[in-house]
Design a protein around this ligand. Structure first.
Ligand code: TMP
Length: 218
């Protein structure tokens, strides 16, 4: 197996995962670990262009669910091969803001694409590159909606196609995440993202710290 460690963060819009990724990275770096912070879709030059097409392009209104699935995974295929695999092989700790569980939750459950087909596309994108640990931050739908509305009001010029979906879509996404945790309880740890930033940060550390001695001994 590889020498490094690969942690992914998941959750619905406004669950606070981007903040927590940064806090964990800071903490790990302070302990002397080499840490790589990535995001999906994106994380490479090609992936960031795909991210723009998926979220902000003014020409993306007519995007089909299948095109969305393939673009998310095109970005992922690039990120896995260009950055994640080499970094983990070199002993780095890789923190990724979203990975393939987002595809299962959003395109599988949210857009209601066939789950077996979704899984096949993910398999092509990632091969045997799987997270060692996944932290799922959950927040009630109302908090997610509120935080999304705040973000949209502070960045009105940054239209986000993904955030234009209706409430039922985000409810299905939340159900998808529940199903994912149930299916893989050893890899995925769910946390209450509505607690204070400091509390969530400590809970994450309680999970991550015991896993760290394994780094470098895979
Ligand atoms: P975020 O970086 O602000 O979380 O935005 C990414 C958006 O893309 C978010 O709405 C979730 C969505 N997404 C998918 O639908 N499928 C995926 O596979 C990934 C990685 C993200």
């Amino acid at each position: 197996m590889s020498k490094g460690f690969f942690i992914t963060f998941e959750g619905n819009e406004g669950c606070g995962k981007s903040t927590q990724v940064e806090l964990l990275a800071r903490r790990l770096r302070a302990l002397g670990h080499r840490v790589r912070v990535l995001r999906e879709p994106g994380g490479t030059a090609i992936g960031e262009e795909i991210r723009h097409t998926l979220k902000h392009s003014k020409n993306n209104h007519a995007m089909t669910a299948e095109a969305e699935l393939l673009l998310m995974n095109a970005s992922r295929a690039q990120l896995v091969r260009e950055i994640i695999r080499p970094a983990v092989a070199d002993g780095e700790i890789v923190l990724c803001d979203r990975f393939y569980d987002s595809t299962t939750a959003y395109q599988g459950y949210g857009r209601q694409l066939d789950l077996e087909m979704v899984k096949s596309v993910i398999d092509v994108a990632v091969g045997d590159t799987r997270p060692n640990l996944t932290l799922l931050l959950t927040v009630p739908q109302e908090i997610s909606e509120f935080r999304r509305a705040v973000r949209q009001s502070t960045l009105p010029f940054m239209r986000d196609r993904m955030e234009e979906a209706d409430r039922k879509f985000f409810e299905r996404v939340a159900k998808g995440y529940e199903a994912i945790v149930t299916a893989e309880p050893n890899r995925i740890r769910a946390l209450d993202g509505s607690a204070s930033t400091e509390t969530v940060c400590e809970k994450i550390w309680e999970i991550v710290q015991p896993a760290l001695p394994k780094v470098g001994r895979w």
